[in-house]
Structure formats: C-alpha cells, structure tokens
Design a protein around this ligand. Sequence first.
Ligand code: SF4
Length: 368
Amino acid sequence: MSDRERTRLDPWGITEIEDYERLYRDFGIKPFKPLLPEIPNPNMFMRRGIVFGHRDFERILEAMKNGEEFAVLSGIKPTGEFHLGTLMTVREIIYFQRQGAKTFYCIADIEAYEDNNIPFEKSEKIAVGNVADVLALGLDPKKAYIYMQSKEMRVRNFAIVFARRVTLATMKAIYGERNIGLYFSALIQAGDILLPQHEDFGGPKPTVIPVGVDQDPHLRFTRDLAQKFRQKFGFIPPSSTYHKLIKGLDGSPKMSKRNPMSYFTLHEPPESIAKKISNAFTGGRPTIREQRELGGIPEVCSVYAINMFHFMEDDKEVTQLYSDCKSGNIICGECKQKTIEIVLKFVKELEEKRKKYIDVAKEILGVS
Ligand code: SF4
C-alpha cells in the first residue's frame, strides 16, 4: 500500500496518517514551522511542532502583529466527557482569545445527532459539563460567544443559502459516500466556521479555526464556499491551524472512543486513569537492564506523548524527559508513576473548578 493510500483524512471515520510530510504535498497544507519565529507569543503546541500545518495563517499573524480584529472558532461534538483531544482544541482557542481574538465556541449537537445518533436533549445535558470544563480551563465567557448549533438560526440560515451552490458530486469528492444527514451537518459546520463573519458580529474578518488535521475536509469545503459567496457576504476565506493527533495509550495511531483502553476522559475515576496509564504502550525495552543500557524510544511512546502534548508546561521538562529516556536514566515504571501523579493532580483540580461553573454553563446554554 502506498503512503498516499495510507493517508486518509475523515472527520467522521478513521483517519490514518503515515507521514505528515505527505499532507504538505498531497493536501496543500502548508508547514507551520517557517512562521514560528514571527509569532509574538507562540503556545507550547506551536513551539513543539504539535501544530504542524496551516492554511492562510499569515493573515492571522498579520492581524495579531498589527493589533487588528480577528476571530477564532472551534467547538466540540457533545458525545461525552472531555478527553485529551478536546482539551487540545480548547487550549488553542484560549490561546487565541488571550491574543485578542473574538472567540466563538460551538456545541455541535446537530453533528452529534447525524454522526452519533445522540438525541438533542441528551447532547444538551452533556454540553453543560463540556462548557463548564471550557470555562474551568480558562476561557473567558465575557469575551466569547458560546452556542448550540441547533439553536443558532444564523448558522442554519447560512447552511440553507450555501446548499444551493453545492452538488452531490462535490460532497462525494470531499467526504465520500455518506448519508444526507452528514452532508447536511457539513453545511451546518460551514455555517459555524463563517459565523464570526456574519454582519451581526461585525462582518468579514480574518478567522482562524484550530483543529486536528482529520477535520481538514470541513476547512476545504468551507473555504470553497467562502469564495463562492464572497460577492454576497464579503467573506474572507477562513484560516486554519492543524495539530497532530495524539496516539492512543494502547499504541494505536489515534485515541478513539471505539477503544476504551486507548484514551481516558478527564472525569473518569482516578483508578481507571491510573490503570490505563500503567498499561500504556511505551518505547521501553523488554528488561530493565536493557533499558538502562540502550535507553528507551520516546518517539513511539504514548506516555511520552501525553506528557509532551499536555502535561509539561515547561519545554525544558520535555527535553529532560526525552534525554532521560534516551539515556536509560529513567525506566518506564518510574516514568509512568510520575505521569499518573501529574495527570491525577490535573484532573482533580479541574473537577473542583468545573463544579463552580456548572450554573454558568447552564445559563449560557439556556438549560434549566
Ligand atoms: S521511560 Fe518514559 S518516555 Fe521512555 S519509553 Fe518508558 S514510559 Fe516512555
């Protein structure tokens, strides 16, 4: 099988990426690294190469450098509790909010219904917890527009208008053969992505969508619609940044709900999180002696990955872990134990903060 065949970006299914370099060549995503020196205050995902690609981020960079208006939008499909994938997106939008972006956070309940068959009433309950998490993590609700897709008529209206210029052939080319509900939810997502440019929010402006690279089909689709409707609405094609997908704790390429041992949620019982990390796939050697002599392989290790992606704020700590692992200075048992302590401390603190935001989250979502 060629690399091209092994590279598949599917927002609703299985995404496989054998080689991130291929995405530059075959999908027209641009490398993020050359922009890094120009970014006034890059976040840890950018500094560590986790954010590896973009489309038109130069436009956002200009706005950031010149203090001009720009927006950020991202969201969550309310199918369950927060996990490390959704945590990443939230941290990215908090970063852009702190850089001055008008901030939009969407609860994608239409997509949760079309893709996962989750009833709207159930989504609403899950969304309360999700929004409380977002606020506990530091998003400032006074400077953000947080909404449910199904209740936002401007998004629906955009979708209705856009639908006229979209053929079945286009949908099949971008998303493959899917049911009409998923095509419909893609139109709704296009409405979300362009919502910050609606006249009610001040009209056209550079907008960045920070996402996992599996979401790129939505960006390609919406950027095309933005061109088609440029004359009517004055849209500026949305920009995007792409982060790498964090590998599963069981060594699989991606954390997935289909495989409970590959991930943990931030509200799982501590014993369950500890057990999953204890059993995680590592880059360790078969014996302690070999590991002391040869060192481990952090590049393939899921424990190294979760530390590097989320639980080590300071770059020096990441470099230290890398070299301790490579040199055999640290062995997997000890490393896992330290990681468990860091993760459990984080989830405990988040749990306590989140409780305080439940009522605010209900008020924002209009849920009694
Ligand atoms: S020592 Fe830590 S980083 Fe290195 S392979 Fe083992 S668990 Fe992974």
